[in-house]
Design a protein around this ligand. Structure first.
Ligand code: GSH
Length: 215
């Protein structure tokens, strides 16, 4: 069975949520690829050393959460990765989101979460937080208008566009971005959080907590 290497960080979390939402036939294996003794092992699987990584039965590996979501949809014969007429629409949201909403959230999460958990010697870059917050507002306004008349970004059911767009929102306890200023976006986030695989993808898994953020 393919192995999906994951941690509780945002992109691996996204891949685990997809795997569990689709009930994909994969073994979930917790990993810490940047631990000093893990570099050699993980650089063989992914030249960026990051996770998620999907190690297939034939020994090939796939990295990047979006590519893994596409593959898991193939393995489960699901239209979570849209097919046919809806596919360009889904790609549009993935593409736009990566350079706007997701990027902005990522910038803020990196400063307030990742840096404080893993790189405590680095100072917080308040200019990056301001840039990320401004980007969040611009993108959130567009998403809020789009979601005002529909439940999901693309089509009548959740797709990978929704999961990817929301990939950093489970970290909003750390980011503290003002989601509530955007009612349709907040309602969409609530709908996502009503999906068990999204709300708690690590349920029942042996996954150590993230390093704490010092007060
Ligand atoms: N663009 C990559 C980003 C992968 C990435 O940044 N992974 C980070 C977590 S978000 C990582 O490997 N961190 C080490 C860890 O979680 O232990 C993707 O979408 O999969």
């Amino acid at each position: 069975m393919p192995i999906l290497y994951y941690s509780r960080n945002p992109n691996p979390r996204l891949a685990v949520a997809v795997a569990r939402y689709l009930n994909a036939p994969v073994t979930l294996e917790w990993a810490a690829p940047f631990a000093p003794d893990q570099a050699e092992r993980f650089l063989k699987l992914n030249p960026t050393q990051g996770i998620p990584i999907l190690l297939e039965d034939d020994g090939t590996t796939l990295w990047e959460a979006d590519a893994i979501a596409c593959r898991l949809s193939q393995l489960t014969d699901s239209d979570f990765w849209r097919q046919g007429r809806d596919q360009p629409d889904m790609i549009r949201w993935l593409s736009w989101g990566k350079g706007s909403f997701v990027l902005s959230c990522d910038m803020v999460q990196f400063e307030l979460g990742t840096k404080r958990r893993y790189h405590r010697h680095l100072p917080t870059d308040t200019a990056r937080i301001a840039e990320g917050t401004a980007g969040f507002h611009s993108a959130a306004a567009i998403l809020d208008r789009h979601l005002d008349t529909r439940n999901w970004l693309c089509g009548a059911t959740p797709s990978h566009a929704d999961f990817r767009m929301a990939s950093f929102l489970p970290f909003n306890d750390v980011m503290r971005l003002p989601l509530a200023e955007y009612p349709a976006l907040s309602a969409w986030n609530d709908r996502l959080n009503a999906i068990p695989a999204w709300a708690d993808p690590f349920r029942g898994l042996d996954a150590p907590d993230l390093p704490p953020i010092p007060a």
